[in-house]
Design a protein around this ligand. Structure first.
Ligand code: ATP
Ligand code: MG
Length: 417
């Protein structure tokens, strides 16, 4: 992509009405646009990141046996009444709307009700189980506070998976596997070492549910980490038991953290309310055991910005960076232009994603923009590099510069992790 053709512009100053670092940086770099408090649009660079985050999540969900679906945001009141979650007293984050004939509808803040009702059309006998539908879909929540940029929105993408199992053993085996898949997702996003599986209250059906909490000063939650077991408990659990659920150690360290995902044992709560049963091997009807597994791709992207960016701007891990390489042409003499263009074509031919800064700007401005956009590798083409047969490749994360021979450049870039 030619940067001269990119319609988004970087800004010198962060918007004054934003307090969160993720929104400030993403708006400054032209990745997102603020529509109103807690409502953001994704622009080309931001959408490339979000799509990559979604694809990492998809990859891990598909490996678990997940099957992708896409449900509607408009939801029927009747299903919500069955689980007693329709009234605004019970659920204080509803956005609701009406048809012209006054029929009330809800704008989905989650999909347990809708998906359980849907699965009644497909689950008949034990042969139809287990099933693991998931989606990456827009949720609406009338959140009271929306000051954390894209980490807490009133309209936001959520990956929500639901498991439908025959019995508790089948459910529990999947629940354990899902923990490992979640950890893979956070590792691939560069958040592995800061993300703790966190014991939370489990509701009626199990002692615990589990949150995935990434340590960050921008977090709205407090967690209590056991450094020995590398797990944590949340605020509810620390009040019930002042110790690590794994080793019973009492030496827990308090940290601010962002809940990037959670997994929940639903038992038969929804299959009871919406009457989702299957016939077992003897032909006897049984209730389906359910679980839910959420991740916020937008919140995850915001958390990456909060934890990995530096004073000069964004810093993207390779897997979710909008482009792998920022090719920066310095100087506008014909030979420099031609060399930069040639290198751009060579990188593209090697299937490397490149943002090519071909703009006619001062080098200082180009470098400042390059730091702000945060692509993993920067290659400079200038009069100086033309004199040698080597390119200067700078790693955004560490500032480390490598001199790479022209013949090795595609290899070097492809291997970079
Ligand atoms: P929180 O306690 O932070 O409000 P939650 O418990 O309401 O989160 P869930 O309903 O379990 O969250 O949603 C699943 C995932 O969706 C969360 O782990 C989080 O990553 C994401 N998420 C939840 N609310 C928001 C929001 N308002 N904006 C962006 N992402 C969100
Ligand atoms: Mg919430």
């Amino acid at each position: 992509m030619y940067q001269s053709k990119l319609f988004t512009k970087t800004r010198k100053e962060a918007p004054k009405d934003e307090v969160s670092k993720n929104a400030q940086l993403l708006i400054k770099a032209g990745f997102i646009n603020k529509e109103m408090a807690g409502v953001y649009s994704f622009l080309p660079l931001g959408l490339r990141v979000l799509n990559k985050v979604n694809n990492v999540i998809r990859d891990e969900m598909n490996k678990l046996g997940g099957q992708e679906v896409f449900l509607t945001s408009l939801q029927e009141k009747a299903n919500w009444e069955k689980t007693d979650r329709w009234s605004d007293e019970k659920v204080d984050i509803w956005f609701k709307t009406k048809l012209k004939n006054d029929t009330e509808l809800g704008l989905a803040f989650t999909h347990e009700e809708a998906l359980t009702a849907l699965m009644k059309n497909h689950i008949r006998s034990y042969k139809d189980l287990p099933a693991y539908p998931y989606q990456i879909q827009t949720k609406f929540r009338n959140e009271t506070r929306a000051k954390s940029g894209i980490m807490r929105c009133r309209e936001f993408p959520m990956k929500d998976m639901y498991s439908f199992s025959k019995d508790t053993a089948e459910h529990e085996a999947f629940y354990e596997k899902s923990k490992a898949a979640y950890q893979n997702i956070f590792n691939r996003m560069g958040l592995g070492d800061k993300t703790y599986i966190t014991f939370a209250s489990g509701g009626t059906f199990s002692k615990y549910s589990h949150e995935f909490q990434t340590v960050s000063s921008a977090g709205e939650d407090l967690i209590y980490i056991c450094d020995k077991c590398k797990i944590a408990v949340n605020k509810e659990i620390i009040q019930e038991q002042n110790k690590c659920p794994a080793c019973s150690g009492e030496n827990l360290r308090e940290e601010k953290a962002v809940e990037v995902g959670n997994i929940f044992n639903l038992g038969t709560k929804f299959s009871d309310a919406l009457d989702l049963t299957y016939l077992d091997e003897k032909g006897v009807p049984q209730k389906v055991i359910m679980g839910s597994y959420g991740i916020g791709p937008g919140r995850l992207m915001g958390t990456v910005v909060e934890t990995l960016s530096d004073d000069n701007g964004l810093v993207w891990p390779v897997e979710i960076s909008p482009f792998r390489v920022h090719l920066v042409q310095v100087g506008d003499k014909d030979d420099v232009k031609k060399a930069a263009e040639n290198l751009y074509e060579e990188l593209c031919k090697a299937s490397i994603e490149v943002l090519f800064d071909d703009r006619d700007l001062r080098p200082g401005e180009k470098f400042a923009d390059s730091d702000l956009l945060g692509l993993p590798l920067r290659i400079i083409v200038s009069e100086k590099t033309l004199m040698s047969s080597e390119y200067e490749v700078k790693e955004r994360k560490t500032g480390k510069v490598s001199m790479v021979k022209e013949v090795d450049i595609c290899d070097f870039v492809k291997k970079y992790k």
